[in-house]
Ligand binder design. Structure first.
Ligand SMILES: *Cc1c(COP(=O)(O)O)cnc(C)c1O
Length: 394
């Protein structure tokens, strides 16, 4: 007999009563700039498909050919019988793409972060983390025995305080998201690198919302800040701009990557990345380099949307990232606005407490290189109409 039902039902009710219930909206077909939903066709402004490469025909073609040449899956972890030639090729390709020494694949970036900290840090070490870091970094840090320090979001004097307080540690490691997904702001890596150099600390950057499209050639936030050779370790995902399926990696100093191959638990005890994803990811990186206009387009589309929305009178958090938070403030108005946008065929999501602080509710639009200018302009026009209707702008 299932004797705990009542307790779970009660917890579910509490979630619903607090207005925190999450619904899954079904998409009837592939991910893309235009999607089919149960309510009809919609223009998609809420996916991480930053380069328009999710379900791109060339990626699909490569993935299909991988099924024929390398099969569906390996039924094994990497070090037993789960490593194919293409796994090594992708690791080399990521290293050459990011100008790093070596790379190790994981089935997700969540796993990359989960397997990093406990492998390289012990009780005599210290880990120093931005307070807004991604859940997978928080969980990964929880698994390690190093002393923990947390600094206020992107606050360099607070980071300096943590570095000073941890000065007796054997190894100090600073970890930050390259881009923070709720605000679309970039971690100030130039300043962080200077502090890490000064205090001889290692730096880990999780560049999941940047690899492939931030920086002049899409190398991510280290390229944007001109510090590519000063970041020790990068973790990132193939599940966002880089094809959008799944998979992740850790890339950087070769001794660290070697140690991860020997000891990192999600790598040792979880299945190898599927061949179709591996070959598609290689193709994605090749396409980014062969067709630089995709990265440029991501950046010019972002600029057009940010400028258009600002001119229309919206409160847009300034920045360069295709994550564009449209600040509304009031929770109820934000949800109403998102609902009306969706009814008019623009797929966006509202974020409110507790994902963001109370009174800072927002709609988070995400721009893709796959959007054309008409679609961007149309979205601005619909945002403007709906906001006027709700009395949010003049
Ligand atoms: C999305 C994201 C992840 C998780 O990536 P997966 O490959 O989907 O597990 C990790 N870190 C950050 C910063 C992310 O934005």
């Amino acid at each position: 007999m299932f004797s705990e039902r009542e307790r779970f039902v009660e917890e579910l009710q509490q979630i619903e009563d607090a207005g925190l219930w999450k619904n899954e909206r079904q998409i009837l077909g592939p991910q893309g700039v235009v999607i089919n939903t149960v309510d009809g066709e919609a223009l998609n402004f809420c996916s991480n498909n930053y380069l328009g490469l999710s379900s791109h025909p060339e990626i699909l073609e490569t993935a299909k050919s991988a099924l024929d040449s390398h099969g569906f899956g390996l039924s094994s972890v990497r070090f037993i019988c789960g490593t194919q030639d293409i796994h090594k090729q992708l690791e080399d390709r990521v290293s050459s793409f990011l100008s790093t020494e070596d790379t190790i694949l994981y089935t997700s970036c969540f796993d990359a972060n989960g397997g990093l900290f406990e492998t390289i840090l012990g009780p005599e070490d210290a880990v120093i983390s931005d307070e807004l870091n991604h859940a997978s970094i928080i969980d990964g840090v929880r698994l390690c025995k190093a002393r923990r320090f947390r600094y206020s979001h992107s606050d360099m004097s607070d980071l300096q305080r943590c570095l000073a307080e941890s000065r007796d540690a054997r190894t100090r490691l600073v970890v930050t998201d390259g881009v923070f997904s709720m605000h679309g702001d970039l971690a100030p890596l130039d300043e962080i690198c200077s502090l890490c150099d000064e205090h001889r600390a290692l730096l880990v950057v999780d560049d999941s919302h940047a690899t492939g499209f931030i920086g002049k050639t899409g190398r991510g936030t280290p390229e944007h800040f001109g510090v590519q050779d000063r970041v020790d370790i990068i973790t990132s995902t193939f599940g966002k701009a880089l094809g959008g399926a799944s998979g992740g990696f850790t890339s950087g100093r070769k001794e660290v990557i070697s140690l991860l191959r020997q000891r990192s638990r999600p790598y040792l005890f979880s299945n190898t990345v599927a061949p179709a994803i591996v070959m598609a990811a290689i193709r994605v990186l090749d396409l980014i380099d062969a067709e630089p206009q995709r990265v440029e387009r991501s950046q010019s589309n972002t600029l057009r949307f940010r400028q258009g929305m600002t001119e229309a009178g919206f409160d847009i958090t300034p920045g360069v990232h295709p994550i564009v938070p449209i600040m509304i403030g009031d929770e109820r108005q934000t949800m109403e606005m998102a609902e009306k946008m969706n009814q008019k065929g623009i797929f966006v999501v509202g974020f409110s407490y507790p994902v963001v602080p109370r009174g800072e509710a927002r709609i988070r639009a995400q721009i893709s290189a796959g959007h054309d200018l008409d679609q961007i302009d149309h979205a601005i026009a619909v945002f403007t109409d709906v906001a006027k209707e709700l009395g949010l702008i003049g």
